[in-house]
Design a protein around this ligand. Structure first.
Ligand code: ZN
Length: 223
């Protein structure tokens, strides 16, 4: 069975880790629109030239161009005899992109099997991400939960002060979380209405999060 999946979750929910584990287990390939854009431009194709023009002008790549690029890539991937399915990364972000993706998949006799939403509280995301501290001198990264320095606030190697980068500060993480919820809610509602939204509690260690995702996939495969 072919499995085409999307994982959704706020930054810090462990989406990357879970997606990677699922990809390995079910031999899926990742489709990242960011990577596709870069590859298409590097290839020097007609589409690549168009994309480069848009990006060099500092404009956003239109949904039509992204659609053209996705169709080209998915057609190629799906025609591989070893094709087991894809995990989409960074796309779709809006409801109109979601229905566009639906049409693309329909056109190549594919469908989206599931959108798996890793529900994580703001509290747990902030806790997880704000544990990163960086040495002022050598830039070594510590994690106060999983990789703490020998003495608090001090680098083991050179005695430098450990500081928090702006990205790792609780207020920045909290803001990013709010933005995610606001922007992604319509997409979540959309997939719920399509009957393919599955969610689970992501406020757990990575190994349990992976198990929960795999349990959902097992259910989908059986249906
Ligand atoms: Zn250091």
């Amino acid at each position: 069975m072919v499995l085409n999946l999307i994982f959704l979750g706020p930054p810090g929910a462990g989406k990357g880790t879970v997606a990677q584990a699922v990809m390995d287990k079910y031999k899926l390939v990742q489709v990242s629109t960011g990577d596709l854009l870069r590859a298409e431009i590097a290839s020097g194709s007609e589409l690549g030239k168009k994309l480069a023009e848009v990006m060099n002008a500092g404009q956003l790549v239109s949904d039509d161009l992204v659609s053209e690029m996705l169709l080209k890539d998915l057609t190629k991937k799906a025609s591989n005899p070893d094709f087991n399915g894809v995990i989409f990364d960074g796309f779709p972000r809006t409801q109109s992109q979601a229905s566009m993706l639906e049409n693309i998949l329909l056109g190549i006799n594919q469908k989206l099997n599931a959108v798996i939403y890793i529900e994580s509280s703001k509290e747990s995301v902030v806790k997880r991400l704000s544990s990163r501290w960086t040495c002022e001198k050598c830039k070594k990264v510590y994690n106060t939960v999983s990789l703490p320095p020998k003495s608090e606030g001090i680098c083991d190697d050179d005695g430098g002060n450990l500081i928090q980068r702006d990205d790792d500060k609780p207020e920045t993480i909290s803001k990013r979380y709010d933005t995610f919820i606001e922007k992604t809610s319509p997409l979540i509602d959309y997939y719920k209405s399509k009957g393919i939204l599955y969610k689970y509690d992501g406020n757990v260690p990575p190994v349990d999060s992976i198990k929960a995702a795999e349990e959902i996939i097992r259910r989908i495969v059986k249906e």
